[in-house]
Design a protein around this ligand. Structure first.
Ligand SMILES: Cc1cc2nc3c(=O)[nH]c(=O)nc-3n(C[C@H](O)[C@H](O)[C@H](O)COP(=O)(O)O)c2cc1C
Length: 205
């Protein structure tokens, strides 16, 4: 059992990574492995969606980069955690470019798996960013895990995050809740809800 974690920050070892590591160690204690992808680090980060619809036939993005790498990894994972620093009360731009393409390319790899969003901020904009990230999960037929607070930590540096004991507790509880859901799904004899063909009404009637 494994969870894919996406660190959207340009800081390989910043606050978002610190928060994700807390989730990862709680998952590990409960027998669930994880892998963190640093998709925001370096100059060759993901570009935005071209809206070319190429993924409709390819079932992956036309640009073969970290997006397709994550899609491939997700096929053998039981869950995903999306982590972002807050930039102007929103997720960081690289992460949004990445997520638009990831969730457009092949939504089926997320279906009936466990998802969670994690945000980190110096001071404000956390809940708006949390809502923003959750939208990718809730449109993808996922089971979204919660904690005893919204999944956020505060700090401008990892050392400051270390002092946010409440935030770190939120991460640990999230990790345990995710592990519980993943294990329960894996061991359940109850069938997954039946699939329905997607109905799309474009408000053009
Ligand atoms: C361009 C930019 C915009 C930011 N906007 C906000 C903001 O709106 N609210 C806030 O509390 N912190 C803001 N911050 C601070 C970061 O969210 C904060 O330092 C975060 O913990 C960094 O996480 P990281 O180390 O994983 O990159 C901003 C930082 C940058 C670089």
């Amino acid at each position: 059992m494994k969870v894919l974690m996406i660190n959207g920050s340009p800081h390989e070892n910043g606050c978002t990574k610190r928060a994700l590591k807390e989730v990862a160690s709680a998952l590990k204690e409960c027998g669930v492995d994880s892998e963190i992808m640093d998709i925001g680090v370096g100059e060759r980060v993901a570009h935005g969606c071209f809206a070319c619809n190429g993924c409709k036939s390819l079932h992956q993005c036309v640009t073969d980069d970290s997006v397709n790498e994550a899609l491939e990894k997700m096929k053998s994972c039981n869950g995903i955690v999306i982590g972002s620093p807050v930039y102007f009360a929103s997720a960081n731009g690289t992460l949004i470019s990445f997520l638009d393409r990831l969730f457009c390319a092949d939504r089926s790899v997320f279906e009936h798996k466990v998802g969670a969003a994690v945000v980190t901020a110096r001071r404000a904009g956390n809940t708006a960013t949390f809502d923003e990230l959750n939208k990718y999960l809730f449109i993808s037929n996922m089971f979204v895990a919660g904690s005893n607070y919204w999944n956020e930590v505060h700090g401008n540096t990892p050392d400051e995050v270390e002092k946010d004991l409440e935030g770190l507790q939120t991460m640990r509880i999230l990790g345990r809740n995710m592990a519980y859901l993943i294990r329960t799904i894996a061991e359940s004899k109850v069938k997954m809800p039946p699939a329905e063909k997607k109905i799309k009404t474009n408000f053009t009637r």
